[in-house]
Design a binder for this molecule. Structure first.
Ligand SMILES: Cc1cc2nc3c(=O)[nH]c(=O)nc-3n(C[C@H](O)[C@H](O)[C@H](O)COP(=O)(O)OP(=O)(O)OC[C@H]3O[C@@H](n4cnc5c(N)ncnc54)[C@H](O)[C@@H]3O)c2cc1C
Length: 391
């Protein structure tokens, strides 16, 4: 006997839990099937930076919508997300300053609070920052970061309050598309069926799509982050910084630490088995990002390394997600491939997915932009002006 639901969501990361919440609050009977536990994938290890700096209108709008949810999380979703507003600085090389201006204009048009600032002003937001190599920077006062585990668990709790059931340690093993419009799912312990099934399995999403014979260009790629304890006199929280000159991003972390990662398109080459990859940080990585961080924030020469970890991005050819019905008319959808920047979009993605699967005439965010066919149509997502992988 199969257990019937109105919708089944595969994977309890930010995308799965936000989608489950939006579907459940619209009255659907929802089941979430999770391989391990809530937040076990990319979400639980996310740097969880929340900024609106995007180079195309739809993702900028989604980021802004999501920021408002993070800012008023208890009212919007319920519970806590641990949002800390620190501000966000974007530092680009001289060749990208015109592009920076164009992107900031685009962001201002959609209502994002952001501005171009002279290099010296960046030091007002982050004393001690090295700015001699800058011509201009951009600043977003409302940006910050959240606690990704708190956020995803609050979404899961909110979905449950609306009647959704979340089954952990319940990996999906097989999927069959029916001619009767019902999708049948087999997991570790049970069989399930629903007219709507959403694959939000992040780095595992291509494997799930393969269960119905569809190839999706989403690669699980190993990425790393490292932590450094700031020296005495530098304990105060600092803004998030995207430093495109040194190809790093960094943000404040609890305990007077700074979290650092790379902004590097070559991370797309580190394709790994998502069930078997090295989760420890490489010593070389710590040395590399430590040096780059010290170039931008020289006080960090006296910082103490406090470790790090490796985790997975789900990377697509254009670093933007695939949101689509995998086989037209089947009821089997995918919402995955958010590369290194999905967490901050999570609240908007749940709304976009719910609108998409329920066939809303006037969706808040049009998922067509993220259709799978865009790659074969030669229309990958491109920003008006991109530096590296800003999105
Ligand atoms: C180190 C790091 C730093 C990041 N920093 C940022 C940042 O600063 N800002 C930002 O916006 N984004 C950031 N991201 C990206 C962001 O975290 C991801 O885009 C987002 O978390 C993806 O969420 P998801 O729900 O699609 O996938 P996931 O969180 O990976 O969830 C997928 C879930 O599917 C489950 N699953 C897999 N296979 C099965 C199966 N067979 N059956 C059932 N369940 C299954 C997994 O266990 C997992 O829980 C970062 C990511 C990483 C790794």
């Amino acid at each position: 006997m199969s257990r019937p639901f109105d919708a089944i969501v595969i994977g309890a990361g930010i995308m799965g839990c936000s989608t489950a919440y939006e579907l459940a609050r619209r009255g659907l009977k929802v089941a979430v099937l999770e391989r391990a536990h809530i937040g076990a994938g990319s979400t639980g290890r996310s740097s969880a930076i929340i900024r609106q700096h995007y180079s195309n209108e739809i993702t900028a709008r989604m980021a802004l919508y999501s920021l408002r949810v993070f800012q008023h999380f208890d009212d919007a979703v319920g519970g806590e997300c641990g949002f800390r507003m620190t501000g966000f600085l974007v530092l680009v090389p001289a060749r990208d300053v015109d592009g920076l201006r164009m992107n900031v204009e685009l962001q201002q048009k959609v209502g994002i609070r952001t501005e171009i600032i002279p290099p010296e002003a960046a030091k007002e937001y982050m004393p001690g920052l090295y700015v001699a190599d800058l011509v201009a920077a951009a600043y977003e006062p409302e940006a910050g970061y959240a606690d990704p585990n708190l956020t995803v668990n609050s979404y899961a709790a909110a979905a449950r309050r609306h009647g959704a059931k979340i089954f952990q340690d319940e990996p999906v093993k097989g999927i069959r598309l029916g001619e009767d419009g019902i999708v049948r799912v087999e997991s570790k312990r049970e069989r399930w069926e629903a007219p709507i099934v959403v694959n939000t399995a992040g780095p595992w999403a291509a494997r799930i799509a393969h269960m119905v014979g569809v190839d999706v260009p989403i690669n699980p790629c190993r990425v790393q982050v490292a932590f450094f304890r700031r020296p005495p006199g530098h304990e105060a929280p600092h803004p998030v910084v995207a430093d495109f000159i040194n190809a790093t991003y960094f943000r404040d972390e609890t305990g007077g630490q700074t979290l650092v990662g790379l902004i590097d398109p070559a991370e797309a080459d580190n394709v790994v088995d998502p069930d078997d990859y090295k989760e420890q940080v490489d010593p070389d990585f710590i040395l590399d990002v430590g040096e780059k961080l010290s170039r931008r924030y020289p006080a960090m020469e006296h910082s103490e390394s406090t470790g790090g970890y490796a985790a997975l991005y789900a990377i697509t050819p254009d670093w933007h997600p695939v949101v689509d019905e995998l086989v037209p008319g089947s009821g089997f959808y995918i919402c995955a491939g958010f590369s290194g920047h999905g967490f901050k979009l999570g609240p908007a993605v749940g709304v976009m997915m719910a609108d998409r699967v329920l066939g809303e005439d006037d969706p808040l965010f049009d998922a067509h932009f993220f259709r799978l066919r865009r790659y074969e149509e030669g229309e990958p997502v491109r920003g008006a002006y991109e530096y590296s992988i800003a999105g």
